[in-house]
Design a protein around this ligand. Structure first.
Ligand SMILES: Cc1cc2nc3c(=O)[nH]c(=O)nc-3n(C[C@H](O)[C@H](O)[C@H](O)COP(=O)(O)OP(=O)(O)OC[C@H]3O[C@@H](n4cnc5c(N)ncnc54)[C@H](O)[C@@H]3O)c2cc1C
Length: 351
């Protein structure tokens, strides 16, 4: 079989890259083994325009938000589902200092922040002592429906191989790659943390970060917002909420721990005034990078080997934007954003 591009991985990166390649008229095959605890299958899907204790704007958010809106709306229409929904964050201040930081930032710049009309509004569901602010607009990406629906579409188009990709079966030349009877112009790795062991890319400064999550059932909890107080409570489906997550730079494996479960349940018991039951507990490793910027482009020594990775904690907003950039590079030789282009690592990749 001859196709234009072979893509490894159908997380959020492989989904968007294959979508934009097909939209630009290229033929593709995606190979994905369907790992149950991939980052994309564990993520909440939040797009939050601000970050950190000082509530600064997240990297490139002003450019990303219009793309996010347009791309997920189009994907939702293609898959016949709601892919994106505005869900603002109610940011309960855990300390008076955090309230002060929010107010100071609000006085300087009101973009993305607002104060509620009635600070007592959520007292019937939550315990909180220092009030709250609102972060808006925030979005929730419906990954739980998008990923399987897009997978089904790939299956119907006979563009998906559900198996483990092995580098042992890959043969390369400058302008063609061969893999088990498939011939393509290039192979592009969208395989999340698995790229860390890939001999072509293992010298990139990856920094995997583990996150754990609980799912709870809480019929009396409002689903109007994402609720934040150290951790996030995110409306998932009817009466079900995603609760997380942890950020660990040092870890032995990507499995759930009793320590996280007990700590988070204890936080919930103090925070929630409504009853809840624990449904599930998962963990995954985020494909994060030391300088918190993505890895996008083609290998300097092997031009038929590409990568779209390193989305860290922000795969939902970065993946559509940088998939478009990679397709624009392929089709029109337009440059990738210099902070994301793997050209910046040409020396380490050429070792
Ligand atoms: C707990 C947690 C919460 C998060 N919350 C958010 C959030 O709210 N918002 C946000 O924007 N981001 C969030 N993230 C980050 C986000 O999940 C990642 O940035 C994003 O999912 C990375 O997508 P990816 O496609 O690069 O990798 P992955 O999702 O890991 O996908 C890689 C795919 O490649 C496949 N694969 C790998 N190797 C092979 C192989 N050899 N053969 C076949 N298939 C293979 C895997 O099966 C997988 O399907 C969160 C992450 C975690 C862990």
């Amino acid at each position: 079989m001859v196709v234009d591009y072979l893509i490894i991985g159908q997380g959020i990166c492989g989904t968007w890259l294959s979508y934009y390649l097909k939209t630009a008229g290229y033929s593709i095959i995606v190979i994905d083994e369907s790992k149950q605890n991939s980052a994309s299958k564990t993520a909440a899907g939040i797009i939050n325009p601000v970050t950190g204790r000082r509530i600064v704007k997240t990297w490139m958010i002003d450019e990303l938000l219009p793309v996010v809106h347009q791309s997920y709306t189009a994907l939702g229409a293609a898959l016949n589902l709601t892919a994106i929904e505005q869900k603002n964050i109610v940011d309960f201040f855990p300390t008076p200092q955090m309230k002060l930081a929010f107010n100071e930032r609000y006085l300087k710049d009101q973009e993305y922040l607002s104060h509620p009309d009635n600070e007592n509004y959520f007292h019937s569901s939550f315990n909180y002592d220092f009030g709250y602010g609102e972060i808006q607009p925030c979005y929730l990406i419906n990954l739980q429906d998008i990923l399987p629906a897009y997978r089904k579409k790939l299956q119907q188009e006979k563009a998906l191989l559900e198996e483990n990709f092995s580098l042992n079966d890959l043969q390369l030349s400058a302008d063609v790659v061969q893999y088990k009877g498939i011939s393509a112009r290039a192979i592009i790795f969208c395989d999340g943390i698995h790229s860390f062991e890939n001999p072509y890319f293992k010298n990139l400064p990856f920094a995997p970060n583990k996150g754990e999550v609980l799912w709870i059932e809480a019929p009396d909890l409002p689903s109007s917002h994402i609720f934040k107080k150290g951790i996030n409570i995110v409306p998932w489906s009817k009466n079900i909420f995603w609760v997380g997550s942890s950020y660990e730079w040092e870890f032995e494996n990507d499995q759930p721990t009793e320590e996280f479960r007990e700590r988070t349940l204890s936080v919930l018991k103090h925070w929630l005034k409504v009853p809840f039951t624990l449904l599930d507990h998962k963990a995954s490793a985020r494909p994060a990078t030391l300088e918190r910027r993505p890895f996008v482009g083609f290998h300097p020594l092997y031009p038929s080997v590409g990568i779209l990775n390193g989305m860290g904690t922000k795969g939902c907003s970065l993946a559509p934007y940088f998939s478009q950039q990679l397709v624009n590079l392929i089709s029109s030789q337009l440059p990738i954003h210099p902070e994301a282009d793997i050209k910046r690592f040409a020396r380490v990749l050429s070792r």
